[in-house]
Design a protein. Structure first.
Length: 317
């Protein structure tokens, strides 16, 4: 049971209010293992990749979105000359197309500006947008039990026409063109509207494939097209066709990052908010649990969300 305590003290006619919701505090460094001057930074990419703020306890507070948090982490890392390598700890089913692409872009720019090695380690799920982010790294390590793939795009649109008829509600939409309301949930898509949306999805899918093929030319996906149909597959299968470089654990990814950076000893660090606790490389980060079903539920929570479907690089099991 969670109790909320509101303290109001009256002293000399003055009321002192204790706020329930605190401000988000800046990131601070936490050493989780190792020693030495050089540092390896572990960056957490866990949960749904989104530009939306993440809600805290009882939804009374919020944290920066994964996009904003990742940019903040990389900005802080740029300012530390002792950071010689970065490990992306990825456990994500993906998320929105744009959020996935922004994080990919931010890591690419970070590599160019900072000039350090980046190794991705997929510790559970590295599907869809999660894998999209992973290919920004110089090398990819995957736990033997990780699930990969789901290379593709999905757009989830509700059709509430039957429900509205049952409860006696009719929509009245005034539009400037006959395609303006194509994605609204009040009616099914026409064949022409479906074709237009499919064209957008195909374009976003081709970008996904291009990003992967450019980063992983050894995978030769043109001769392994079955891995491009949206299916998920094991880490061993990903290794066999070149979508990851080796199987191992987070410790192995850290050692690989150190080796590629040319250092023997290093402190392994993470960035955290002051109220958070980190004491090892698997400690929870700023992300959420990788729950695609919960994310879809929140996306469709209420008519407001249903009116705004999004294109997603997301695996929905």
């Amino acid at each position: 049971m969670v109790f909320l305590l509101v303290a109001v003290a009256t002293l000399g006619g003055c009321a002192v209010n204790v706020p329930l919701v605190g401000k988000v505090k800046p990131l601070e460094e936490q050493v989780v293992s190792g020693e030495g001057t050089d540092k390896v930074l572990v960056v957490d990419i866990s949960g749904i990749i989104s530009g939306r703020k993440r809600k805290g306890l009882l939804r009374l507070s919020s944290r920066p979105s994964m996009v904003a948090n990742t940019k903040e982490v990389l900005k802080k890392a740029r300012e530390d000359d002792d950071i010689k390598a970065v490990v992306l700890r990825i456990n994500s089913p993906g998320g929105t197309v744009t959020a996935s692409d922004i994080i990919y872009h931010e890591i690419e720019e970070f590599k160019k500006e900072k000039g350090v090695e980046v190794v991705a380690c997929i510790v559970g799920l590295g599907t869809s947008g999660g894998y999209y982010v992973a290919v920004s790294a110089d090398k990819i390590v995957a736990l033997p039990t990780s699930i990969m793939g789901s290379i593709g795009v999905i757009l989830l649109k509700l059709n509430m026409e039957g429900l509205m008829e049952k409860i006696g509600v009719q929509d009245e939409v005034i539009i400037s063109g006959d395609k303006k309301d194509a994605a609204l949930p009040f009616r099914p898509l026409s064949p022409e509207e479906r074709a237009l949306l499919q064209e957008i999805i195909d374009s976003l899918y081709q970008r996904f494939v291009f990003i992967v093929e450019t980063a992983r030319p050894e995978a030769d996906l043109q001769n392994h097209k079955e891995f491009l149909d949206g299916r998920v597959f094991t880490a061993q299968q990903a290794l066999e066709i070149g979508l990851v470089d080796e199987l191992g654990y987070l410790e192995d990814a850290i050692e690989l990052a150190k080796k590629r950076a040319g250092i023997e000893k290093a402190r392994v660090i993470m960035y955290k908010r002051p109220e958070s606790y980190r004491n090892n490389i698997y400690s929870l980060g700023e992300g959420d649990a990788p729950d695609a079903t919960g994310f879809i539920g929140s996306q469709l929570n209420g008519l407001g969300r249903a009116l705004h479907p999004d294109f997603m690089y997301l695996w929905i099991p």
